[in-house]
Design a protein around this ligand. Sequence first.
Ligand SMILES: *Cc1c(COP(=O)(O)O)cnc(C)c1O
Length: 365
Amino acid sequence: MANAPALKFEQIPHPAPVPGATRDQAIADPGFGTVFTDHMISIDWDEGQGWHSARLCAREPILLDPAASVLHYAQEIFEGMKAYKRDDGSMALFRPEKNASRFNDSARRLAMPELPEDAFIEAVETVVKADRDWFPSVEGGSLYIRPFMFANEHFLGVRPAKKYKFLVILSPAGNYFKSGAPAVSIWVSSDYSRAAPGGTGAAKCGGNYAASLVPQAEAIAEGHDQVVFLDAVERKWIEELGGMNLFFVFDDGTMITPPLGGTILPGITRDSLLTLAREEGLTVREERYSLEQWRDDAKSGRLVETLACGTAAVVTPVGRVASRDGEFTIGSGGPGQLTTKLREKLVGIQRGTVEDTHGWVRRID
Ligand SMILES: *Cc1c(COP(=O)(O)O)cnc(C)c1O
């Protein structure tokens, strides 16, 4: 596909977009993931033509044959990113080339075709520009961007499909946490794993999320916000939450995060925090950390903060950890200093109030 001609996006504007007044009401307090914009991007792939029929069109239901392979064998991957409206009125994306390349990493793991990175970025920019009136008016709001791809060949044999669809939809999102970032309470799953060596843990695929729903529901039933998973082999090492990576901060100025190695999703927020924390003068290591050590260090006071991170909630303090063996509190149980500092720095870069010294921000218009 390297020399394939660049895709041309046909523009088929929505014939009857949501009226301005209705839209303004919907984006006044959109919450997360329930409000959607007028348009979407759609690109098709098949064996004969490769990527084709790229278009910006009305967001509408898609017709699927009941035998479409995604419905049976779950060949589906996705990305999650945000567009930000800045004080000067411009729009920006944060490290979108990272999402484009991770999308292709996921595609390879799920035996799906890769989408050229420039087509991925053009798709995202095209739909954000078309729906620029959908940015939430609330402080801290953004347009959440969901690119995804699924197999839609109708065939029940078990092999990689020969037809795929790539779509991008947008969802206006409020501030994930309305008043800053309250500390969350997390539940260690004793019975379930998110990912095993050789599995799909490093791919952003819907199947990983399907498998995390029962343990996540268990966490809620136990009175906690999120589930944290241990490694599947020794059931000892901390891996990550269902959809966020973890960092541990110590009183001697070191910070560690579990190493990538196939069972952890390589978060772009995680990668950015590794850089920002080093700039803050911390000694940062990618290193395994056990549940037992976590508990001991929290009790001794050596561990001062734990934070979870991901695109949706950015940086979230972890205040309490519970498992079948009991519970422990981290620091004061509230947001720690470094967590708050890193969050402000990252959000500032994304929104244009802190200088972008790494070339992470990509202006759209
Ligand atoms: C998407 C995701 C993350 C966070 O990745 P970001 O690129 O920082 O948004 C972490 N863990 C899992 C399992 C994820 O799916």
